[in-house]
Design a protein around this ligand. Structure first.
Ligand code: GSH
Length: 222
């Protein structure tokens, strides 16, 4: 069945990055459509593809699957390595994904993803943002301690949990958030993924000004 992933502007769309990473890591072939989230008519453009009015949406043939976590679950049905093997590890991974999916409102609001932007370290963080960062650091540090022997990702090998937290990695890099060693190492691991550079390329291409159309001299009617 033909797969098409419809995503939002790559520099901005944190939810799109999650679904795209899972698909890329699965090795499945898929087409990509990018909807420019900066356009005033974006809602109508998104509505052409997505029943929820949100991106990403995965079209399996012409059957839509929307929401990054639902897309990740569908892809993982065919690629079991995208969740940890053992039941307790899978349950922990799903808890973390659910927490990420429905929480961290302050981090999302005040440190929005802007994949290619770089700012100086913040002088002071809002209490809610600092709380979200501390919780994420605790999660990453705990996972790295538990699964370090199996590889450099949260559960050793790359899983859906890494995709769900990838936009946080981008935010931490963009806003120069200071991190402890375990969390900083994890950020470096995600940044070293070839998919990370591929996403950065997409973001850069999307942001590049459209090439100027050469002006044709109007024909003189005389
Ligand atoms: N929970 C959804 C959230 C999707 C979402 O909020 N997507 C944003 C783009 S990152 C969107 O489509 N916003 C609509 C708009 O910008 O008009 C998911 O995981 O896919």
């Amino acid at each position: 069945m033909h797969l098409t992933l419809v995503i939002g502007s790559p520099h901005l769309s944190s939810w799109s990055l999650r679904a795209w990473l899972v698909l890329r890591r699965s090795g499945l072939a898929f087409d990509e459509v990018i909807v420019d989230l900066r356009r005033p008519d974006r809602a109508e453009r998104i509505a052409r593809w997505s029943p929820s009015g949100k991106l990403p949406v995965l079209l399996v043939g012409d059957w839509p699957v929307w929401d990054s976590l639902a897309i990740a679950e569908l892809v993982a049905e065919g690629e079991r390595t995208l969740w940890p093997d053992a039941v307790p590890d899978r349950a922990l991974a799903r808890s973390l994904c659910a927490e990420m999916h429905s929480g961290f409102a302050d981090l999302r609001t005040f440190l929005p993803m802007d994949f290619l932007a770089r700012f100086s370290p913040p002088g002071r963080l809002l209490a809610g943002v600092a709380r979200d960062i501390a919780r994420i650091e605790a999660i990453w540090t705990d996972c790295r301690q538990r699964y370090a022997a199996d590889g450099p990702f949260l559960f050793g090998r790359f899983t859906v949990a890494d995709a769900m937290f990838a936009p946080v990695v981008s935010r931490f890099v963009t806003y120069a958030v200071e991190l402890g060693t375990a969390a900083a190492d994890y950020v470096a691991t995600i940044q070293a993924l070839p998919e990370w550079s591929a996403w950065a390329d997409r973001a850069a291409r999307h942001l590049a000004p459209a090439p100027e159309v050469p002006r044709t001299r109007e024909l003189d009617p005389a």
